[in-house]
Design a protein around this ligand. Structure first.
Ligand code: GDP
Length: 361
């Protein structure tokens, strides 16, 4: 493909869209992320899913494996999806990238029994304010009384196999959610009826517990990204990295480190970087780039392994001197062949534009 050729030349390539999962507490954000990871494991695709710092990468091959007939992988040239693991909309609203939201796309999880709750309202307001495209995962469909679970099945197939009473019950709840979205000025419909996802929010009935509808969710996210976000995903992957700090924390043997999500370019060991700080931007040099080790190894030894470089989109732990004053939500930039003064000015300007909270530090 043209993308692959461009990549070989070190020019433009398509990066993974960054996905955030939002919603009211207990509506199933964590379970949904676990299910996506777990289903991949049971599909024999465990090796393909990679655990990043603060994120999980799900490649296109895995998505098409899980989605079965719903996805024709040749329809896509985006490499997959990167899920930010830190759920919670407080972090979401502080996680920005060059003026926009760090997440390119979001999943709003709503419990079909509870409907909209205070944190759902807050999340919708944030999505509106940041103009982040989103879909709704109408979760816990398996709790509708009389529901007959069909592990991992696409949702329409599973719905067809339910009794008429169960179908009616679920539809009533789903239309309740669609009504609540409409109250917030979002035209919404069942995802299979949505023609244009730029004008309409797609509602995907799912069970994070049984995996029903999870193939649909992945398919819709992938399709939405491919259709409407391809231009934004075009990056110079060899260029100096740009990212956002998720968390500032101690790591044994490395002192204060930052966990960051890289959304552009590459960061390498020994790169000079500028990170937004409490008082002023911090200029420092990367001592180590760390990724989590596979789960089975973490039990016996250190949790991280060093990697020489990381390319967007990815989560990474960065060890460097002088990071004590770094802030969650702050920008992080690789200097490399650019003018250091200009990079510092860019970081300062970006800090001035965003409300960075120091909450939790
Ligand atoms: P979070 O606070 O949004 O991350 O919610 P959790 O993922 O921790 O889920 C809250 C509770 O709901 C847990 O007890 C889950 O097991 C349960 N839960 C989540 N999704 C489902 C679902 O699809 N079906 C059922 N029956 N329970 C679910």
């Amino acid at each position: 493909s043209t993308e692959a050729d461009a990549d070989a030349d070190g020019a433009a390539t398509l990066r993974t869209p960054i996905v955030a999962v939002l919603g009211h507490v207990d509506h199933g954000k964590t379970t949904l992320l676990d299910k996506i990871r777990g289903s991949a494991v049971s599909e024999g695709e465990a090796g393909a899913i990679t655990q990043h710092i603060g994120a999980t990468a799900v490649p296109l091959s895995t998505i098409s494996e899980m989605a079965g007939e719903l996805v024709d992988p040749t329809d896509f040239d985006l490499p997959g999806l990167l899920y930010i693991d830190t759920p919670g909309h407080h972090s979401f609203s502080t996680l920005r990238s060059r003026g926009g939201a760090l997440a390119d796309i979001a999943v709003l999880v709503v419990d079909v029994n509870d409907g909209f709750q205070p944190q759902t309202e807050e999340a919708v307001d944030i999505l509106k304010r940041t103009q982040t495209p989103f879909i709704v995962a109408a979760n816990k469909v398996d709790t509708v009384p009389g529901w007959n679970p069909n592990e991992g099945l696409p949702i329409q197939e599973s719905m067809e196999q339910q009794s008429e009473r169960v179908q009616g019950d679920l539809n009533e709840r789903l239309y309740g959610i669609i009504g609540e979205l409409s109250d917030h000025d979002f035209a919404a419909d069942m995802y299979w009826r949505v023609q244009n996802f730029q004008n309409n929010v797609g509602v995907v009935p799912v069970s994070a517990m049984t995996g029903e509808g999870v193939p649909d969710l992945l398919t819709v996210l992938m399709g939405l990204s491919q259709r409407y976000m391809k231009d934004e995903m075009q990056i110079d992957v060899e260029g100096p990295g740009a990212g956002t700090v998720l968390e500032v924390k101690e790591a044994q043997g490395f002192g204060t480190t930052v966990d960051a999500v890289l959304y552009d370019g590459t960061i390498r060991e020994d790169d000079e970087i500028v990170v937004g700080g409490l008082e002023a931007p911090i200029t420092t040099e990367v001592r180590a780039l760390l990724q989590p080790k596979p789960l089975e190894e973490i039990r016996t030894e250190k949790a991280f392994e060093k990697v020489p470089e990381v390319s967007a989109a990815a989560g990474v732990k960065i060890a460097a001197p002088d990071l004590d004053d770094a802030m969650a939500g702050a920008p992080i930039r690789v200097v490399r062949d650019r003018d250091r003064g200009q990079v510092i000015a860019d970081v300062e300007q970006e800090l001035a534009e965003i409300e960075v909270t120091t909450e939790g530090q």
